[in-house]
Structures are given as C-alpha cells and as structure tokens.
Design a binder for this molecule. Structure first.
Ligand code: SF4
Ligand code: SF4
Length: 193
C-alpha cells in the first residue's frame, strides 16, 4: 500500500469502534485482496512493506475449492459480492489463526490486521460485527465526496475570475487536492455519486 493510501485508510478508521469485533476469526480464516497474487508479488519486489507483511502471515489456498473446504460460507459471501473476475481471485488463510479462532501472535500482528476492515467497501464475512457500522461509514463517505464535487465546481468557477497569478496557483492547488480525493474513491464508484 502506498503511503498516501495508508494515510487515507488511517483517516477512515481512526474512529473505528473496536468493541464491534466479535472475535470470530473469520477475517483471518479466509480472505482475499483487491490485488491479484501476482500483483502482490510484484509489489513486494518493489519494496511495498504492506504487501510483504500480508504474505508473511497469509498462505494462499491452492484453489477456490480448497478455500471452500475451510469455509464455504466465507468464500461464497466474497464471490457473491466481489466485482473481481473469478480467475483473478486468490484466497488465503493466516498461519497464526488458532483453532479457538484467536490470534496466535496478537502482540506482533502487523498493521494490516489492526486496519481491518480497511474501508467501508471491504467485503467482511457474514455476521461480522462491523457490517452495519461499515454501511453507515459508506453513506457518510459518499456524502463527503458529493460535497467535494460541489467544492470542485466552485473552485473551477473561481479560477475563471481569479486576477493574480498567486490566486490562480492557490486555486489550482486546491483543485488538484480535491480531484485527488475524488479519484481515490473512483474504484468504489465515485464518478456516479
Ligand atoms: S470477521 Fe469481523 S467480527 Fe469477526 S473477527 Fe473479523 S472483524 Fe471481528
Ligand atoms: S496475525 Fe492474528 S490478527 Fe492477523 S490475520 Fe493472523 S490471526 Fe488474524
């Protein structure tokens, strides 16, 4: 994960109510990622520590059928909700998950565990304690992005009447920042909001 993305994720989860977690261990038992397995390997080659942490704890299942043997409920929930192509999906299980569903290395768990679920759009397992909260966060985020789109329109109008180079530079800076925020959510459909 790039630093900018990490900052966005940290902002998104800073008020996350950890008490919602039911400690069911499902999100450690069978997971998948937005990136393909090959993309994760490529990111590791390029020095991405987040990707490296991921493959240091998560072991890929050989096939979707193997993952279904671990938990058909979780796999089918993901397959039902994902927009990824089935051939791009790899499922993984954390090697530290214990039989009692607790983490076997809780104190040393990497950042990615502490950030889970990453975003309001994360596909969480059935009955995850975070689902309703994530749905609320999604609505709030959509509202915020709509507001940013209004801001963008206003800034573009202001640019038309800016008189000095300083004003133009300042407005352009704000336009870039706002476009960046909107673009970050494009993968979740921000163009349509
Ligand atoms: S699936 Fe949800 S409730 Fe269960 S351990 Fe993971 S975050 Fe907690
Ligand atoms: S390190 Fe612990 S918290 Fe993280 S995925 Fe594995 S079992 Fe779950």
């Amino acid at each position: 994960m790039e630093e900018k993305d990490k900052e966005n994720v940290l902002n998104m989860i800073k008020d996350r109510p950890q008490s919602l977690c039911k400690m069911c261990g499902k999100c450690c038992r069978v997971v998948t990622t937005e990136d393909t397995y090959e993309k994760i390997l490529e990111k590791i080659e390029n020095g991405d520590t987040y990707a490296k942490d991921f493959l240091s704890i998560f072991v890929p299942f050989k096939s979707i059928e193997d993952a279904r043997k671990e938990s058909a409920e979780i796999v089918d929930n993901i397959l039902k909700r994902t927009s990824q192509k089935i051939e791009d999906i790899t499922f993984y299980k954390c090697k530290y998950l214990r039989d009692d569903n607790k983490c076997g290395d809780y104190k040393n768990r990497p950042l990615l565990c502490r950030l889970n679920p990453f975003s309001p759009w994360s596909i969480v397992p059935p009955n995850c304690g975070f689902q309703s909260w994530l749905d609320e966060q999604k609505e709030l985020k959509i509202k915020e992005i709509k507001h940013q789109k209004d801001n963008l329109k206003e800034l573009k109008e202001l640019l038309k009447i800016a008189k000095t180079q300083n004003q133009i530079d300042e407005i352009n800076k704000r336009i870039s920042k706002t476009e960046e925020i909107i673009a970050y959510y494009e993968k979740y459909g921000s163009k349509e909001w």
